[in-house]
Ligand binder design. Structure first.
Ligand code: F6P
Length: 473
């Protein structure tokens, strides 16, 4: 296996105290690098004070972490601007929240050029290059322009909407076709892959018989589905140990015998947290028998706080939690515990195992690993119930969860009631099916399947016609 060079905006540089962040992308890449030695390249997470961005290499257990700073301008235009105020909402089907500016687009392209220039110094001709997520769509093009003929793969961790939405992205014709400079583009679900296929056929007029292999000027680009998994068995073991930790014991004692419902999400509008709280309120209104017998713990670390929508959402959610607690709470019972503090993986694993139900109700999500971790953390003899949005990528594999439409608060309220009173036999049967789905697509398989597909010979099937009319920008 050639050296693996992974590139993403965030890099989980080991901190030594176990406190590195653990978003879905970082969890997946970290698990991959446990099995392949290589380099992880990306943003250091630091904003250089004086326009002097430095690049640093940290060696740790067979891996090199190469991280580069951003200038204040880069940070505003590339990260807060184009990546998170334009691409993030549009790829999550939220055209109403996108705020496009040409300046942000040029900042985005500039940072991609900066990443390519830094990579140019370290890339070897036979390195296998794996680029992650929407921050870095044009990176392969920038590397090809510097002469790199390596196999380069791209994986999108978030959804890819249909062409009708994608074409509302200003300058989409400059950006999305740049995906054709990759050899392989991986997506979370067949729906995402089909959407990209339709874009490449309809907008770029690339020929394809199977909507998976496209002939793009001087290369064959393949698109395929690789749903991200988790280290299911390891997470289950972690949860078994974690319930005995003093922290989890303290939380369990504080419940005084009440059932716990858990939600864990980065503070983001795509997660549907305010609507979920509305649904919980409807549940309390419709099922008074549960008053005083259930506690909903919502753990929501703050995220991207400098972006206006995120600040507004923060206020809306805490006001909603406060209103519901004010209306329904008692001196001895708080219906919602709303916590912004980030918790360690161990603490979360123990809390998942201690919860009768989990509410994972994003309005749109690439995969959602909380759903998978909740399932992996359960005690098979007395498992909790996963209430899952049909709009999370995870719903494809986890169809045995209680699937809901997160926009329908009454239906979510009914699903909460159903989850809390579900008979043991049904919980066990659902959990067994869900566990089988997790085992069938462990994180090891995700990385292996992607990397196998990336190294596969790249000759074009003979039915592919060469492209004549479109130059891929
Ligand atoms: O999985 C989507 C993603 O945007 C990752 O790329 C990112 O690391 C994670 O969510 C957290 O977001 P951020 O890096 O903006 O805090």
């Amino acid at each position: 296996m050639p050296r693996l060079v992974v590139i993403s905006n965030r890099v989980a540089v080991p901190t030594g105290d176990g406190s590195s962040r653990a978003g879905g992308l970082e969890v997946a890449v970290r698990a991959t690098l446990k099995r392949h030695s290589g380099v992880w390249f990306g943003w250091s997470g630091k904003v250089a004070a004086n326009r002097k961005a430095t690049t640093q290499t940290i060696e740790h257990e067979n891996h090199s972490y190469v991280v580069t700073d951003l200038t204040e301008e880069d940070y505003q235009e590339y990260y807060n601007g184009f990546a998170n105020r334009v691409l993030w909402p549009i790829l999550h089907y939220r055209l109403d929240l996108a705020e496009f500016s040409r300046r942000d687009l040029s900042g985005y392209l500039r940072v991609n050029e900066h990443f390519a220039a830094e990579l140019h110094r370290i890339l070897k001709p036979d390195d296998l290059v794996w680029v992650h997520d929407y921050h870095l769509i044009p990176l392969a093009k920038a590397l090809r322009e510097r002469g790199h003929a390596n196999r380069i793969g791209f994986f999108l961790h978030i959804p890819l909407p249909p062409p009708d939405i994608l074409t509302a992205l200003p300058n989409h014709e400059r950006l999305i076709p740049a995906l054709c400079h990759y050899d392989l583009v991986g997506l979370q679900t067949d729906n995402d892959a089909a959407n990209l296929g339709r874009y490449l056929t309809g907008e770029c007029r690339l020929s394809s018989r199977d909507q998976r292999t496209f002939n793009a000027a001087d290369r064959v680009v393949r698109i395929d589905t690789f749903p991200v998994g988790i280290e299911a068995a390891e997470f289950g073991r972690l949860a078994r140990r974690a319930v005995r930790s003093p922290f989890v014991q303290e939380v369990r004692e504080s419940l005084a015998g009440r059932a716990m419902i858990i939600g864990v999400d980065r503070l983001d509008y795509s997660k549907g947290i305010a609507l979920r709280m509305d649904a919980f309120e409807r549940f309390l209104a419709a099922y008074p028998d549960w008053h005083g017998r259930v506690t909903y713990l919502q753990i929501t670390p703050k995220s991207r706080s400098e972006i206006q929508e995120y600040g507004e959402m923060e206020q809306e959610i805490s006001a909603t939690a406060g209103r519901i607690n004010g209306s329904y709470g008692e001196a001895s019972w708080t219906p919602i515990r709303y916590v912004n503090k980030a918790h360690s993986r161990t603490a979360l694993a123990g809390l998942y195992r201690s919860s009768r139900a989990a509410l994972v109700t994003p309005l749109r999500d690439g995969m959602n690993l909380v759903a998978k971790e909740y399932v992996a953390a359960q005690d098979p003899s007395d498992p909790g119930v996963l209430v899952l949005s049909r709009f999370a990528g995870a719903a494809v594999e986890l169809a045995a969860a209680v699937l809901v439409n997160p926009y329908d608060s009454e239906a979510v309220a009914a699903a909460i009631a159903r989850a809390l009173s579900m008979p043991l036999d049904e919980r066990r049967a659902r959990h067994e099916t869900l566990s089988r789905a997790l085992a069938a697509n462990d994180i090891k398989l995700w990385a292996d399947k992607f990397l196998d597909a990336l190294v596969r010979p790249r000759s074009a099937p003979n039915w592919l016609r060469p492209v004549s009319s479109l130059a891929i920008s």
